[in-house]
Unconditional design. Structure first.
Length: 84
């Protein structure tokens, strides 16, 4: 399956998008492909990033065990037919 909405790459990102990607790397250690897609709407992406950090990062408030979060990610990926 091909990607329908292209990711914003670092090479073509605007200053706002680059700042968003830097914040993602600081909070999560990387910039996820979903955030690169959401960066087409920087306001939406700025809302989404803290939500993901709060759910995934214990330092940002996540209370579920890492193993449970990772199992949920794998299960969702399998259900959606993701191959990576």
């Amino acid at each position: 399956m091909t990607q329908r909405i292209p990711c914003i790459t670092d090479e073509v990102a605007s200053d706002d998008q680059k700042a968003l990607f830097a914040g993602s790397t600081e909070l999560l250690g990387r910039t996820a492909n979903l955030l690169r897609v959401l960066a087409h709407s920087p306001q939406l992406a700025r809302w989404f990033l803290p939500l993901v950090a709060a759910v995934r990062q214990p330092t940002a408030g996540a209370v579920s065990p890492v193993r449970l979060r990772n199992l949920a990610i794998v299960k969702t990926s399998l259900l959606n037919g993701c191959h990576y």
